[in-house]
Ligand binder design. Structure first.
Ligand SMILES: Cc1ncc(COP(=O)(O)O)c(C=O)c1O
Length: 466
């Protein structure tokens, strides 16, 4: 437990941070007078800041990452043991933990076969994009090179990943983007009017939403479209669970037009959606590429994987006499052994502690609590989620679905923080649609902790909206 004692002079740490660290995602002007938050310690579901204030973390390190919770000595030990034996060699050679983790991972992914290691979700997605482009050149004279991505999905912060970014506000001021990326509509039933599908519901809506992808393919020309990149459940774009019938139809469309299906499991991967290891496995999807990062080693080491089918892999070794025939890519830190060493132990913990089951069970409780909050607070227009990956969309008026302001959403997040609970919210992502509270506690969360999180949300909603 946190004992209030620090190895370092904590004020000196905070001063150094204020003077030199450029934090992610936030405006720094307030730090000229106030202090940035420095997270000093974590244990289980809890973290402590520089003032010794304790928080229950309902978002696994703020961005859906620390799936097995904080302070796992067995992961730290596995990483340390590996590092003193062999810390690094470029990925053109193999490593012991790299080989062992790939075998364990593929056991969980029937139909998939090869693991390409790198170090961030963005990078893993770019590997898949590069493979799709190279396949276009190898098989189709370069013509079938376009990559489709979906409105409201996010695939990373690097420029090619942003070129496949469905969040206009997030992309604003960073263009121009890479050519050859084409947007398809989202599949969010709550906002189906935006799609012109307000008259449909359930399976009919799901199929019609998938057909909107086909419309784009036909408009672009199927002979130009090589890949389709989708999140199984959209994360930062508003926790969008797919409608019934959607995925079957998406898959049919991909087969019909010979389009490779790339599933971005950066958030959903390794148990976040409960019962299954990956989000796509709930929907009977047979992908060609699966990318993953965040929860793979729960943030104990940086690791990302671009996993492919054997059929994709085969295309990159078909002609050894051609020196351009293989995947000519390297990721320096994809050769770090800390990542797969941590990932192996992380996976053992998920299995031995039954965390897929806990995730499903606690996810149901969390959803029931959110539904109860919806009965009480008119400002909640919709609740969505799968496993421990949940969202509540806040609206001024349930009939018009007009979103509350981002400032009000921020006030709810801040009030939860005051109450000692860290929650998340969509922010600066989608114009006029940054109105979704996000919840993604570690998969170890208990029933009492789920209730504590939703109690804080209840109080915060009352404070902000009355
Ligand atoms: C669905 C999804 N894909 C990719 C990424 C990018 O991952 P990274 O920040 O590791 O590059 C994220 C990050 O939030 C994400 O949510």
């Amino acid at each position: 437990m946190m004992d209030g004692k620090f190895d370092n002079d904590i004020q000196a740490v905070v001063d150094a941070d204020r003077a030199h660290v450029w934090h992610h995602l936030i405006q720094h002007k307030p730090f000229e007078t106030g202090e940035p938050r420095v997270i000093v310690e974590g244990k289980g579901m809890k973290v402590w800041d520089q003032k010794g204030k304790e928080y229950l973390d309902a978002v696994s390190g703020a961005v859906w990452t620390v799936n097995v919770g904080y302070g796992r000595e067995s992961i730290a030990d596995a990483v340390r043991d590996q590092l003193v034996k062999m810390n690094y060699f470029a990925g053109s050679a193999g490593s012991v933990p790299g080989a062992l983790f790939s075998e364990k991972l593929i056991e969980k992914m029937p139909g998939m076969s090869r693991v390409y290691y790198c170090n961030s979700g963005s990078e893993a997605n770019e590997k898949a994009f590069k493979m799709i482009r190279q396949i276009a050149h190898k098989k189709y004279g370069g013509e079938k090179h376009k990559i489709l991505y979906r409105d409201r999905d996010y695939h990373g912060g690097t420029l090619a990943a942003m070129s496949a970014g469905g969040q206009d506000e997030r992309n604003m001021q960073y263009g121009p983007f890479a050519p050859g990326f084409v947007r398809v509509p989202h599949c969010m039933e709550y906002r189906k009017e935006e799609l012109g599908l307000g008259h449909l519901s359930g399976r009919d809506f799901g199929i019609a939403a998938a057909n909107l992808i086909e419309d784009v393919i036909l408009r672009e020309g199927p002979e130009t479209v090589g890949g389709l990149c989708l999140e199984p459940v959209t994360a930062g774009g508003g926790v969008i669970t797919p409608p019934e019938g959607y995925w079957d139809r998406v898959q049919e469309i991909c087969r019909k037009y010979d389009i490779l299906l790339h599933i971005d499991e950066v958030v959903c991967g390794i148990g976040r959606t409960g019962t299954e290891w990956f989000g796509y496995q709930h929907y009977g999807i047979k992908p060609d590429f699966v990318t993953m990062a965040k929860g793979v080693a729960s943030g104990y080491a940086a690791i990302a994987c671009c996993v492919t089918s054997e059929a994709v892999f085969d295309l990159f070794k078909s002609d050894p006499s051609d020196k351009m025939d293989h995947f000519r890519d390297i990721s320096t830190f994809g050769g770090c052994t800390a990542g797969p060493a941590a990932a192996l132990e992380n996976m053992r913990i998920v299995e031995d502690e039954g965390l897929l089951e806990n995730c499903a069970k606690m996810g149901e409780r969390f959803m029931a609590n959110l539904q109860a909050l919806m009965d009480k607070h008119d400002v909640i227009g919709d609740v969505r989620g799968k496993g421990l990956f949940l969202g509540a969309e806040l609206v001024k008026d349930r009939s018009t679905k007009e979103p509350v302001t981002e400032a009000d959403v921020g006030a709810v997040v801040a009030e939860c923080g005051n109450l000692g609970v860290i929650i998340g919210a969509s922010n600066r992502s989608i114009p006029e649609r940054n109105n979704v509270l996000c919840f993604s506690p570690a998969l170890i969360v208990t029933a009492q902790e789920v209730d504590a999180i939703t109690d804080a949300v209840d109080k915060a909603l009352t404070k902000v909206f009355g």
